[in-house]
Design a protein around this ligand. Structure first.
Ligand code: NOJ
Ligand code: CA
Length: 539
C-alpha cells in the first residue's frame, strides 16, 4: 500500500511540498482599516518562510462586494481596492518567488457576483447576448421557483428578478449567480482569466466548488433527502444529484489541466487543486485518467470530519490510499476558512498529535493560517458575526467566523494585526497565544510545526516515501514511511493513558526524531497524548 517509491523519478514541486493557506482579510493589515491586505502579507513573509512551507494559497483577492468575503467576484482580473492593486500583487508575487516559494490564487468559476458586468448585462433583458451566461428560467406554474434546489446558504437556490420576470440560479448567496458552463462563451471567458494569472506568473489555482460547475442539462428536481432534519441547514433538504457532480465536469477539469500543463515548464509546473466535497469513490474521479488527466490534487477533506479514534483513522487513511488511481498523488487538510478550528475540536494536546499526523502522512498537506499557533474555538459575540451563512441561518452552528479571526502576531494593541479594531475579534487568548510569544517558547505549537516541517523536508521517507498502516495497541495509530534506505515509524497516542509502541518485526528503534511533547525523555513507550516519529533500523 501507499504508492511505489522510486528514488530517481522527477517530481513536480508540490509532491514533496506543503501548502499554507492565507485568508487575506485576516493575515496582516498594513493601512489601518482593520482588514488584512496584500502589502500586509508581503511584510509577514518572514513568518511563512520560517515555517518551512513551499507554497501559499490566497483565498480570493479580487474586486468584490464581499457578500461572501470575496467568493463573489465582480472582476476576475483585478485586485480589490481594500487588498491593494495589481502593482501590490506583483510586488507580493515577486517577493514570494524571491524566497523560493510558490503562490496559488483562488479561482471561483461556478458563480460570479451579481455585480459582475457579465451578470449586469445578463440581467438587463431576456434577449441580451449574455442572458444565457447564467441560468434564467420562468417561474413554475404556481409562480414559485423553477425547481426544488436549495441554496447551500439556506432557502431556495432561485431568486426572482422583477424586471424580466424570471428566476436566476444561485447555489450560494443570491449575490452569487451561477455561471452556465454549458455555454462555450463562459468557458472561453474563464479560460482567459486563467491565462491572465498564469501570464502574470502565478504557480497555480485552488478551484472553488469545482464539482458544482455543471448541472444536469434539464435542471430537473433533486431527490428529497430522507435523512433531513432542520438542524442540518436547508442545503441538505435535497440530495444534490442533479445540481452537481455531472459527468461533463471532467471535461472542464481536463481543459483547465491542459492549460496548466501548457504553462508549466519543468521545475515551474502549475498546480491545480480542486475543492470537492464528495464520497471517496466520486472524489477520486477528479484525478481523471492518464489519457484525460483532471486536477492534480482533488482536496481530501476527510480529516476535517473524521472521528478522532485510532482504528477509525487507520481505516480512513488506508481506504483513501487504496482508492487512489495510478499516479494519483494524495493530499490532506486539517483546517480551512470554512471549518471549525482543529484545536477547538480536539484540544491543545491532541491538536499537536494532529499536526504530526498531517505532516507525516503521504501526500501534500495544506496548513491553514493560525493552526500553527493552535488557535482554538473563538467566541464571536452576536453583534460581531459577519459570516452570511451564520446570519442567514442563525443558531445552527454553521458560522465560519471562528476560523477567520485575525492572526495574532504579538501582545501589542490589536495583536500587531492592525492599528485599529479588526473586522473580526481576535482569539480570546491572543495576548498569550501569538507568534512572538510562541517563537520564544521551545515547547510552543509554532515550534512543533517548524520542527515537523523541517523533519519532513529533510527526510525523503516523509515527503515522498511509501506508506503503510501498522498494527498497534488500542488508542494508538501507527504507520511507517520508508524509502529504500530509510524507515520511519510514526506512533500517535490518541488517548490519555500511556501506551506501548509495537515494534515491527525485524526492526529496532535507532532514535526518536520528534515528539509532540518536547520536554519528554524517551523511555521506549508513548506518554498520554504523545506522538512520536522514530527512525528504525534492521535488528
Ligand atoms: C467554498 C469556499 O471555500 C467558501 O468560503 C464559499 O462560501 C463557497 N465556496 C462559495 O464560493
Ligand atoms: Ca488593510
Amino acid at each position: 500500500m501507499g504508492g511505489a517509491f522510486a528514488e530517481d523519478v522527477e517530481r513536480p514541486w508540490w509532491e514533496p511540498g506543503v501548502i499554507y493557506q492565507i485568508y487575506p482579510r485576516s493575515f496582516q493589515d498594513s493601512n489601518g482599516d482593520g482588514i488584512g491586505d496584500l502589502e500586509g502579507i508581503r511584510r509577514r513573509l518572514d513568518h511563512v518562510a520560517s515555517l518551512g512551507v513551499d507554497a501559499i494559497w490566497l483565498s480570493p483577492i479580487f474586486p468584490s462586494p464581499m457578500a461572501d468575503f470575496g467568493y463573489d467576484v465582480a472582476d476576475y482580473r483585478d485586485v480589490a481596492g481594500m487588498f491593494g492593486d495589481l502593482a501590490a500583487f506583483d510586488a507580493l508575487l515577486a517577493e514570494v518567488h524571491r524566497r523560493g516559494l510558490k503562490l496559488l490564487l483562488d479561482l471561483v468559476p461556478n458563480h460570479s457576483s451579481t455585480e459582475h458586468p457579465w451578470f449586469i448585462e445578463s440581467r438587463s433583458s431576456r434577449d441580451n447576448p449574455k442572458r444565457d451566461w447564467y441560468f434564467w428560467r420562468d417561474p413554475a406554474p404556481d409562480g414559485g421557483p423553477p425547481n426544488n434546489w436549495t441554496s447551500d446558504m439556506g432557502g431556495s437556490a432561485w431568486e426572482f428578478d422583477v424586471e424580466t420576470r424570471q428566476y436566476y440560479l444561485h447555489t450560494f448567496l443570491k449575490e452569487q449567480a451561477d455561471l452556465n458552463w454549458r455555454n462555450p462563451a463562459v468557458n472561453a471567458a474563464m479560460t482567459d482569466v486563467v491565462r491572465f494569472w498564469f501570464d502574470r506568473g502565478i504557480d497555480g489555482f485552488r478551484i472553488d466548488v469545482l464539482w458544482h460547475c455543471i448541472k444536469a442539462d434539464d435542471l430537473r428536481d433533486n431527490p428529497p433527502n430522507p435523512a433531513f432534519t432542520p438542524e442540518m441547514g436547508e442545503k441538505l433538504k435535497v440530495l444534490q444529484h442533479n445540481s452537481a457532480n455531472q459527468p461533463e465536469i471532467h471535461d472542464i477539469a481536463a481543459a483547465f489541466r491542459a492549460l496548466a500543463d501548457q504553462y508549466g515548464a519543468k521545475g515551474q509546473e502549475r498546480l491545480l487543486v480542486g475543492e470537492i466535497f464528495l464520497p471517496l469513490d466520486q472524489l477520486m474521479t477528479y484525478y481523471g485518467s492518464a489519457e484525460k488527466p483532471g486536477v492534480h490534487l482533488p482536496f481530501n477533506f476527510q480529516l476535517l470530519e473524521a472521528r478522532w479514534d485510532a482504528a477509525a483513522l487507520a481505516k480512513l487513511i488506508a481506504d483513501y490510499e487504496a482508492a487512489l488511481p495510478p499516479g494519483g498523488w494524495p493530499n490532506w487538510v486539517f483546517g480551512s476558512h470554512d471549518a471549525p478550528r482543529i484545536a477547538g475540536r480536539l484540544g491543545e494536546a491532541q491538536a499537536r498529535v494532529a499536526a504530526m499526523l498531517l505532516l507525516t502522512l503521504r501526500g501534500t498537506p495544506t496548513l491553514y493560517q493560525g493552526d500553527e499557533l493552535g488557535i482554538g474555538k473563538v467566541t464571536i459575540p452576536p453583534d460581531r458575526i459577519r459570516d452570511p451563512q451564520d446570519l442567514r441561518q442563525p443558531g445552527l452552528g454553521l458560522g465560519r467566523d471562528g476560523a477567520r479571526t485575525p492572526m495574532p502576531w504579538d501582545d501589542s494593541a490589536h495583536a500587531g494585526f492592525s492599528t485599529t479594531e479588526p473586522w473580526l475579534p481576535l482569539n480570546d487568548d491572543w495576548s498569550m497565544r501569538n507568534v512572538a510569544a510562541q517563537d520564544e517558547d521551545r515547547n510552543s505549537m509554532l515550534n512543533l510545526y517548524r520542527r515537523l516541517l523541517a523533519l519532513r523536508r529533510s527526510h525523503a521517507a516523509l515527503n515522498v516515501g511509501d506508506f503503510a498502516v501498522l498494527p498497534s495497541d488500542p488508542e494508538v495509530l501507527q504507520y511507517e514511511r520508508h524509502t529504500e534506505t530509510e524507515r520511519l515509524l510514526i506512533a500517535l497516542n490518541l488517548g490519555t493513558q500511556p501506551r506501548r509502541i509495537q515494534i515491527p518485526a525485524g526492526t529496532r528503534i535507532a532514535e526518536p526524531l520528534v515528539s509532540t511533547i518536547v520536554t519528554r525523555h524517551f523511555d521506549g513507550g508513548l506518554a498520554a497524548n504523545e506522538g512520536l516519529v522514530l527512525r528504525m533500523e534492521p535488528r
